[in-house]
Unconditional design. Structure first.
Length: 177
């Protein structure tokens, strides 16, 4: 058991060493692209979650300040009118903050698209395509001799037909055997 396990670890080490050499020689560009895609995907997801969490916190603070404003109102009409006005202002500011957050997210998405475009343009600029000139070569016409092959026919063997006998079986009853 330990010998088999040791051989398994040795094989894994040899494979890892080979993959590392392949990777260090630049042969695993696909792995870089895959990892860049995974990292970008995870970053996008976490960015969206952070935006949602900050938006929820803003709503919580907003509702807390509305409750505090309601508790501070006194019996004076001017104070209650002022508290109502302040509540409307807070709600309006909250709506404006949500709109600004949405536009900031859209700006971040647009910047991400622009960065991807710039990265692709830089990648295309790095590609160097060497001009290729093809030399046409004319092949002389070669005549191949014909080869005739005779395949003998094997006669068919006659089929032997043996009729199967017909048997009648009588059973004692209709129940199980």
């Amino acid at each position: 058991m330990k010998t088999t396990q040791g051989w398994g670890w040795l094989a894994a080490g040899v494979v890892a060493l080979g993959l590392n050499g392949f990777y260090q020689d630049g042969g695993a560009a696909w792995a870089h692209r895959a990892m860049n895609g995974v990292v970008a995907h995870v970053a996008d997801r976490t960015r969206v979650l952070a935006d949602l969490a900050s938006e929820r916190v803003d709503r919580l603070v907003e509702s807390g300040s509305l409750v505090a404003a309601r508790e501070e109102t006194t019996s004076c009409r001017l104070a209650s009118a002022m508290a109502l006005f302040q509540g409307k202002m807070i709600r309006t500011q909250g709506a404006l903050a949500r709109i600004e957050a949405m536009s900031a997210r859209q700006e971040v998405a647009l910047a991400r698209v622009e960065a991807n475009r710039a990265r692709i343009e830089a990648h295309v600029a790095r590609l160097r395509l060497a001009p290729v000139a093809f030399n046409t070569l004319e092949m002389p016409l070669v005549a191949c001799p014909r080869v005739r092959v005779n395949v003998p026919r094997v006669p068919r063997a006659p089929m032997v037909r043996i009729p199967a006998p017909v048997m009648q079986v009588e059973t004692a009853g209709g129940g199980p055997i």
